[in-house]
Ligand binder design. Structure first.
Ligand code: WT7
Length: 674
């Protein structure tokens, strides 16, 4: 690695005032710490572990592993023999030992600006204990799964931490997912309890969550004998206070054998609950992420390693200090929320904003208004949100005082230069470094990211590996490329926060991440390393795509389309989109007796929305009398991508069975598609 600065392109250097009291104050410190983390990982991670509470110390080394499928089953173990509890470390430890009881853990901002409340660390602890006792009373035991389908309200955090306290495994399902998706995830996890809410306002729209949850449970019953015995329902604040009328609009379906109101079971539940002392490698949670075969994968993370890794990445990448007010705009239903709204910030005793609303409601300055209101110092969002807000110009930003901001973060997809500069200049007033953090549900925390006081930035690059991460770039044949290069991004060894398995499917875990290049974890992303050693993510190389920072597979959308009785065949590709980054462009071949028309198009859009969720709504559905195929019958998605983009440079088409098919597709491109 070269000390950066040799390239001619414009670099952005860390501001002096940030360097004065930073955890990693300059590039040399980064290099030194990085070297230690690679040369002596045991000593490096031991020092980090010392900050936390261990009921029993580790007997094994900090990291034991096999990363090579040819040598046997893949495994990673962190701090074997140690006993601890995540919830104790992120709550009790602060309240009992750190005198942080009165410190605010969350500033909750509801969908509408007049809804807000604060939750201190000690309030959070007592609520969590009560909820833990509720779960115990329902019979939830260590190792059992609890599915959570909730909006961004404090009860979401409380329920997750209650699970962590008693050793139950939470499986949070993003509340924008459909009943079908929720059902699939409940069945896979075999959860015994579902926690949901009666409803929620998303902007102007009232969503009846309980009804969706009920539909999901009904589908579970039809598909298998359902495992869920209790459904806990939270009465949403919003609907209770301001919009009393909304409650009447909302019919909450009720099954008195299964359903219980949160308020009622919490009311008399005791405020003390001894944490369950878990093994370091006991599971903490499952979080489903899209897989290229269409069926989502239950990514499993474990207690000790995930604690160390989210705590350290949060502290270093956001250069966390005790007087910070931190805000990550993600939803807790995604890994970003798990790691950087919940566990990382709480492990550090941070005060965070917990935002339920959307960036454009009730006005397009909502995010900036909240930054001013709470004097947010560290702000973390996604390029898609920035591109959305850029469209409204500078005025809605400059109406607010954003001078509290010190560091800006970006996550979810590559950030394009235009959005980077706007974020830097308009939001950050040219004074805040942007930490572009590359990572995945699977990695648990940041793996490539700048450190704000240490790393000179190049807009669009996630810069360098975090501590303990050893990246490599391979070519198609698995040969490692040195220096300036482009190819597959892989990691040569594990770090504490890496996933341990795909829930109940270790085979799939090994096949997906370790089979293609033995000895390496394969990210599925393409990557370029420039001559200064900076890493640039170039996008997915499998059949995955990234819509507004949400990863999904073309296969799952295709499967949803194929379920329509009129569809004979479907192929889905990604197309660049100004705001979302990428969007879905679908090619559909209808059955002989059917007609492709506007009604069908609308039906198909609705079908995908219902099967997967609104985030997967196709932007374009095109009639495809036939699809371009190879002689072996494989759909040539590469060509479809060119059609979707109206690019006639098709490259080598010699393996196509019938080249005429392509001409027809070009002539029938969707209106509105550039
Ligand atoms: C995929 C992982 C990590 C939390 C959010 C998404 C893409 C993520 C970046 C970035 C370029 C990025 C990758 C990755 N990605 N961050 N900073 N620059 N690409 O989690 O749903 O597991 O998706 O998101 O393609 O593989 P996820």
């Amino acid at each position: 690695m070269v000390v950066p600065g040799s390239q001619e392109e414009k670099m952005f250097y860390p501001p002096d005032d940030l360097q004065m009291d930073a955890h990693v104050p300059d590039f040399n410190s980064y290099l030194q710490m990085y070297r230690k983390s690679i040369e002596n990982p045991d000593a490096f991670w031991k020092e980090i572990a010392d900050e936390f509470f261990w009921k029993k110390p580790a007997t094994g080394s900090m990291l034991q592993y096999n990363f090579d499928v040819t040598k046997g089953s893949i495994y990673v173990k962190c701090m074997e023999g140690a006993k601890t509890n995540m919830c104790y470390n992120v709550l009790d430890r602060h309240v009992l030992k750190g005198n942080l009881g009165e410190k605010v853990a969350y500033y909750w901002e509801g969908n509408s600006p007049d809804q807000h409340l604060t939750v201190t660390y000690s309030q959070l602890l007592s609520q969590v204990c009560r909820c833990a006792n509720v779960l115990k009373k329902m019979g939830v035991k260590k190792g059992e799964r609890v599915s959570i389908y909730l909006p961004m309200i404090p009860e979401l955090v409380i329920t997750m931490l209650a699970c962590a306290r008693i050793g139950a495994v939470h499986s949070v399902v993003f509340a924008g997912f459909s009943s079908e998706s929720l059902c699939e995830r409940i069945i896979d996890a075999q959860s015994c309890v579902l926690v949901t809410a009666d409803g929620v306002y998303r902007g102007e729209k009232l969503v009846n969550l309980k009804q969706i949850a009920d539909e999901a449970l009904q589908k579970c019953r039809e598909k298998s004998s359902t495992s869920v015995t209790k459904c806990v329902v939270i009465k949403h604040q919003t609907l209770r206070t301001k919009c009393g009328a909304a409650r009447n609009k909302l019919q909450t379906p009720w099954d008195s054998d299964c359903d219980v109101w949160w308020d009622e079971v919490m009311k008399d539940s005791p405020e003390e609950c001894e944490p369950e002392w878990l093994d370091a490698e006991d599971p903490l949670f499952i979080l489903y992420t899209s897989g290229s075969t269409g069926k989502p994968k239950g990514v499993l993370h474990t207690v000790a390693g995930y604690l160390l890794y989210t705590a350290l990445t949060f502290k270093c990448v956001f250069d966390y200090h005790h007087d910070d007010v931190y805000w990550c705009t993600a939803d807790i239903g995604w890994i970003t929320g798990h790691s950087y709204i919940m566990y990382g910030p709480l492990a550090n005793g941070a005060s965070s904003v917990l935002f339920e609303g959307i960036p454009v409601h009730p006005h397009v300055g909502r995010l900036w208004e909240i930054i001013e209101k709470y004097k947010v110092t560290k702000f973390y969002t996604a390029p898609t949100a920035i591109r959305l807000l850029m469209k409204y110009g500078r005025e809605p930003v400059q109406k607010y005082d954003l001078s509290s901001l010190r560091i800006l973060g970006s996550v979810g997809e590559p950030i394009n230069p235009e959005a980077w500069h706007w974020y830097h200049e308009v939001v950050g007033r040219g004074k805040c470094p942007i930490v572009d953090t590359f990572w995945q549900t699977e990695t648990g925390g940041h793996v490539l990211a700048p450190l704000p006081a240490a790393t000179p930035l190049k807009p669009g690059s996630a810069t360098f590996p975090f501590f303990g991460i050893e990246p490599a770039i391979l070519n198609e044949h698995g040969e490692e490329l040195q220096g300036e290069a482009e190819g597959y991004l892989v990691f040569r060894r594990p770090w504490p926060g890496i996933m341990r398995t795909v829930y109940k499917n270790h085979e799939r875990f090994q096949n997906t991440y370790f089979k293609k290049f033995p000895g390496f974890y394969v990210t599925g992303d393409g990557c370029r390393r420039d001559k200064d050693g900076y890493y640039w993510i170039t996008g997915r190389i499998d059949d995955m795509l990234n819509v507004s920072g949400h990863l999904m597979s073309t296969a799952e959308v295709e499967a949803a389309l194929m379920e329509h009785p009129a569809v004979a065949e479907a192929a889905v590709v990604s197309r660049p989109h100004q705001v979302k980054g990428e969007c879905l462009y679908c090619f559909v071949t209808v059955k002989d007796c059917k007609e492709f028309n506007h009604t069908l198009m609308e039906e198909l859009k609705r079908q995908v929305r219902e099967k997967i969720g609104p985030i997967a709504t196709p932007d374009f559905i095109q009639n495809a009398p036939a699809l371009p195929k190879t002689r072996s019958g494989k759909i040539m998605r590469r060509i479809l991508r060119q059609v979707a983009r109206n690019e006639r440079e098709l490259g080598d088409v010699s393996s196509l069975t019938d080249p005429k098919v392509v001409e027809v597709l070009f002539s029938q491109r969707c209106e509105g598609a550039a």
